[in-house]
Each structure stands twice: as C-alpha cells, then as structure tokens.
Design a protein around this ligand. Structure first.
Ligand SMILES: Nc1nc2c(ncn2[C@@H]2O[C@H](COP(=O)(O)OP(=O)(O)O)[C@@H](O)[C@H]2O)c(=O)[nH]1
Ligand SMILES: [Mg+2]
Length: 195
C-alpha cells in the first residue's frame, strides 16, 4: 500500500500466485478485456518466446473510493516455474492481496501444493501470516475431463479456509468473482488500517 495524499490516491497491489500454467495470465487477460478502457491501463506482458510468463504481467485499474481516496489496483502475475523462485519473492514485496490460482489437472496437485508452501514461506518472511492475509483461491480449469474433485483440492490447498471459487479462466468463469472478493478483502483491511 502506498498513499499519495497530494493526488488523493492509494496504490494497492494484488498478485496472482500459483504454479506455472495454472491460468494466472489468462485471468488477467480476461479481466483486461472486460474492464472499461477508461478505468484501466494497458496490459503489460513480459513473455518468453514460448509465450510463458518470464517475469510478470501487469495491469492497473481504478474503482470506488476508500475514505475519500481513489484506490488504484495494481495487478501482477508471478511466473510459476521453479527457476523463478526469486522473482516470486520480489513480486510479493508490498503485496496487499493474493489470488492463488490452482490447476485442477490431476497431475498438477503436487505443483499446486509446492507453490502454496512457497507462498506461505514467502509471506512469512515478509512478516505476514496466510491465515489472516487477504487471499482468495481459484480452482481453475474445472472444464478438464480429469479435474480433481473440488473437495480434495479444498482439503489440500485451503486448510486456512479462505474464500474460494471454481474457475474456467479461458471462458471467464470465476474471473470476476475471484477478483471482486479479493478487492473486498483488501479494501476492508486497508479501511481498518487507515480509518
Ligand atoms: N482447459 C483450460 N485451460 C486453461 C484454463 N485457463 C487457462 N488455460 C490454459 O492453460 C495454459 C496456461 O495458461 P496461462 O494463463 O498462460 O498460465 P500461467 O502460467 O499461470 O500464467 C494456456 O494454454 C491457457 O489457455 C481453463 O480454465 N481451462
Ligand atoms: Mg503467466
């Protein structure tokens, strides 16, 4: 969070976290395509030539007011591949809310779990506890024929009982539900902090 009282503006950071290929960039692309251009920035992708996220994707948008200040939401995705552990840590710097995008594919549960453990560790090193942090889970790729049962994903990944949603990001299913819930959690927390 960063407050600029001169501009009456508050910068808030939301990060899409999760294993590589779970659909983080797809979520952001859908949101970008369906938020009015007047209130959002362009989408910035830093990709490799194989079209995978190398460092992050970024988009900013404005919505509502917090105590008279205009909140600017800065949305980032992290790269999920193992070699980008450091990037993930850096992108979490100053984070206000997290959207954890899990992959429902049967062979992805190990990756989902490892990335969740990585997140818990990174939050802790930033003096944050996952149990009290504004975080929302999205079980994405529910359209896959081999999708893991929802109850199993919940039990494995959401022991701390954060709000969670099913998603099919390629069709926009769950994208705004997840984002809205995260914004609500973030705004509630920030309102308490600055109120
Ligand atoms: N079947 C299916 N594929 C998806 C879904 N969401 C994303 N994908 C695909 O999964 C791949 C990785 O998505 P991407 O957003 O780049 O993943 P990221 O690495 O988390 O940013 C792409 O081929 C997407 O089209 C979904 O809900 N269902
Ligand atoms: Mg990506």
């Amino acid at each position: 969070m960063f407050i600029n009282y001169g501009l009456q503006q508050i910068d808030l950071k939301i990060v899409y976290y999760g294993p590589g290929m779970s659909g983080k960039t797809t979520n952001l692309e859908w949101a970008h395509a369906h938020i009015a251009p007047e209130v959002r920035s362009d989408l910035l992708n830093l990709k490799t030539k194989e079209d995978r996220t190398i460092f992050f994707d970024f988009m900013q948008f404005e919505v509502g007011k917090i105590n008279g200040l205009t909140p600017k939401f800065n949305l980032y995705t992290v790269p999920g591949q193992d070699i980008y552990t450091m990037s993930r840590k850096i992108i979490l710097n100053g984070v206000d809310g997290i959207i954890y995008v899990a992959d429902s594919g049967k062979d992805r549960m190990r990756d989902n779990l490892f990335t969740m453990i990585d997140l818990v560790k990174n939050l802790r090193s930033g003096q944050q506890q996952i149990e009290t942090f504004p975080i929302v889970l999205q079980y994405n790729k529910r359209d896959l024929p081999d999708a893991m049962p929802l109850a199993h994903m919940r039990k494995t990944l959401n022991r701390f009982k954060a709000p969670d949603f099913e998603g099919v990001a390629t069709q926009g299913v769950g994208v705004f539900e997840t984002l809205k819930e995260t914004i609500e959690l973030v705004v509630n927390r920030v309102t308490k902090q600055i109120g």
